[in-house]
Design a protein around this ligand. Sequence first.
Ligand code: 3MF
Ligand code: MG
Length: 344
Amino acid sequence: MKSEYKFSFGPWNIHSGADPFGPAVRKEVPFARKVKLCRELGFHAMQFHDDDAVPQPENKTPAQLQRAAAKIRRILEGEGLAAEFVAPRLWEHPLGIDGAYTSNDPKTRRWANERSLRAIDIARALGTKLIVLWLAREGTYLRESKNGIESYQRLLESINHMLRYDPEIEIAVEPKPNEPTDHAYLPTIGHALAMASQTSDPSRVGGLIETAHAMLAGLDPSDEMAFALSMGKLWGVHLNDQNGLKFDEDKAFGMANLRGAYNQVRILELGGYAATGRYVGLDVKALRTQKDKEALRHLSNSRRIFLALVEKVRTFDRKIEAQCVARRDYEALDLAVTEHLMGL
Ligand code: 3MF
Ligand code: MG
């Protein structure tokens, strides 16, 4: 199957299976091997957290940081791959326990802003201008612990700080409504793009939509994508799947809700996403039950289902669609789509 779509995943998507209830069940895969696998599986780029590329970036001199990032870039280029984005990973650091940009502690906020600039340095050294902000602990575990109005103002200041530092970078906010916090700031793409419009350079702030995150907000991922696409603001996706409203499952794309997956692919097709040059990113986890050898199927299966659904979208009978819409016979349309997906 050929396609003009370009695919990416992050090194954390090949992992040893540890979860909050038990330890690793598979061997760690070295980074260089992940890069090789990325190409072998038919992907075009890798996604990065700042410290996936340069461990402890805040403890490095500028020269050390550049050297470490240059090494990663050489490994990528050796396989003909690009870096899609860099995301500052603020949520694992002891300072970021109660949030980083929205922490009540000014020292923590200064650290978060500084580290975000180092993430930008790393992105530029890897050859990408895209910064992703997943605002993991920017929220509250307890409503009364923060002033939400102040928190949103602090987030805006931090985004402006990054935009000022490098006049060419673009920032894509990856909204998520909860987990790890009880309630997160910027829970949906609507919130993210409203804030984008208030920044010092709205043209450089957009969004990355993850399927599971939209579903956890009780929303339809394809509608979230449509909202961003309608404004030219869909700068990345994290496709995966999710079985209802529970923890963030990161299942392989299309494996829980095929119709929902079809509609995400349909909206990307309608929005001309491939032609924007942006990547079809995955954020998927292998099931903990998978053995070492088979723990890549979540990636290859997601890509395979995505490409199969592109074909399904392109081969759906437009005449039937137009007739059903003209007659407002959506039950006929429903059956036609379902039968098409079933190959009937
Ligand atoms: C959490 C996520 C994150 C982000 C990643 C890049 C670990 O629910 O989706 O994956 O995608 O940090 O922004
Ligand atoms: Mg994600």
